[in-house]
Design a protein around this ligand. Structure first.
Ligand code: A3P
Length: 283
C-alpha cells in the first residue's frame, strides 16, 4: 500500500503521477489561451469541468490533468489543437512557471474543508489507487497534518489565494454553486469571455446537476484517457453524495473543535476563510 504514494518536494502524490513527470513539469509550455482548472482534490473539480464542457460553442478541449501519467503525457498535450482546459490539483508553487508567465486563465474551485476531508476519506477508501485508511479519526489526523495526496488543504488554498485578485484568476466556491448554479455559470462564462444566453445557461445547469452527472457516469464506459482527476479515471468513484455539510455525520464535537481551532489559526488573514464561514458550514 505504501508504494501507491510517493513524495515529491515534500508533498505526497499518487503513483499515477510519475516522478519523472513531476520533475519535468517546469518544461511544460503553456499557451496564452490555456485555461487551468485548479483545485484541492474533492472540491468539485468534475462539476466545474462539466460546466465548461457544456458551454455551447466554447471551442475547448478538456484534457487530462497536467500531473497525470508519465512523461509522454506532457508531449501528448501538445497535440491538442483546440483551446485547452487543463485540470490540476497542483499548489501554486508546483504549477509550471510558463502558466504564470503567460498569465493563463485560472479557475480555482474551493470547498468547505470539513466536507472536503469527508469526501477525501471516502475517495481513499474506494479508490484502488489510494491506500485504504484505517478509520475516520486516523484519516482526519493525516488530513490535518497535510499527510495526504497534494498536501495540506490550508497550504493549497493559501498558496492560490495570494493570486485571488489577479485579473486572470477566478475563485469559485462549491457552496455558491450549490446555492445558485446559474449565477456561477454566468460568472464563469463572463470570465472566459464566452457569451451564453439565459436559456442556454439553465440548460447547462440542468445537464450538470449531481443526479444527471451521477447517472451519466454509470452509463458511460469509463475512458482511461479521459480523466479530470489524476487520482483515478473511474468516474463512478466521484459522485458520492454531492451535498453541503455532510461533515456533521462524521465529526465528533471534539474533532470539530480541533478542526475549527486550526482553521481559525491558519485562515485568520484569509478572505476565503471568511467566505467559507459565511457559507455557514464551517463553524
Ligand atoms: P462528495 O464526496 O461529498 O459527494 P472532485 O470532482 O474535485 O473530485 O470532487 C468530488 C466531490 O464533488 C464529490 O463530493 C462529488 O459528489 C461532488 N460533486 C461532483 N459533481 C457534483 C455536482 N454536479 N453537484 C454537486 N456535487 C458534485
Amino acid at each position: 500500500q505504501a508504494s501507491l504514494l510517493h513524495r515529491h518536494k515534500g508533498t505526497l502524490f499518487s503513483a499515477m503521477s510519475s516522478k519523472e513527470l513531476l520533475d519535468s513539469l517546469d518544461s511544460f509550455d503553456a499557451r496564452e489561451d490555456d485555461i487551468f482548472l485548479v483545485s484541492y482534490p474533492k472540491s468539485g473539480t468534475h462539476w466545474v469541468a462539466e460546466v465548461i464542457e457544456n458551454i455551447p460553442g466554447a471551442g475547448i478541449t478538456l484534457t487530462y490533468p497536467i500531473e497525470w501519467g508519465d512523461i509522454s503525457k506532457l508531449e501528448e498535450l501538445k497535440t491538442v489543437a483546440k483551446r485547452r482546459v487543463i485540470p490540476t490539483h497542483l499548489s501554486y508553487e508546483m504549477t509550471p512557471v510558463s502558466v504564470k508567465q503567460k498569465k493563463c486563465k485560472i479557475v480555482y474551485i474551493v470547498r468547505d474543508p470539513k466536507d472536503t476531508a469527508v469526501s477525501l476519506f471516502h475517495y481513499y477508501r474506494d479508490n484502488p489507487n489510494l491506500p485504504s485508511p484505517d478509520t475516520w479519526p486516523s484519516f482526519l489526523e493525516l488530513f490535518l497534518k497535510g499527510e495526504v495526496v497534494y498536501g495540506s488543504w490550508f497550504d493549497h488554498v493559501l498558496s492560490w489565494e495570494k493570486h485571488k485578485n489577479d485579473k486572470n484568476v477566478l475563485f469559485l466556491f462549491y457552496e455558491e454553486m450549490k446555492e445558485d448554479l446559474v449565477k456561477t455559470i454566468k460568472k464563469m462564462t463572463a470570465f472566459l469571455g464566452i457569451s451564453v444566453d439565459d436559456t442556454e445557461m439553465s440548460k447547462i445547469a440542468q445537464n450538470t446537476s449531481f443526479s444527471e452527472m451521477k447517472s451519466n457516469a454509470v452509463k458511460e464506459n469509463c475512458d482511461p484517457n479521459h480523466t479530470v482527476c489524476a487520482l483515478t479515471s473511474d468516474r463512478n468513484l466521484v459522485f458520492r453524495k454531492g451535498v453541503v455539510g455532510d461533515w456533521i455525520n462524521y465529526f465528533t464535537p471534539k474533532q470539530k473543535s480541533v478542526f475549527d481551532e486550526l482553521f481559525r489559526e491558519k485562515m485568520k488573514h484569509s478572505d476565503v476563510g471568511r467566505c467559507l464561514e459565511e457559507y455557514g458550514t464551517q463553524m
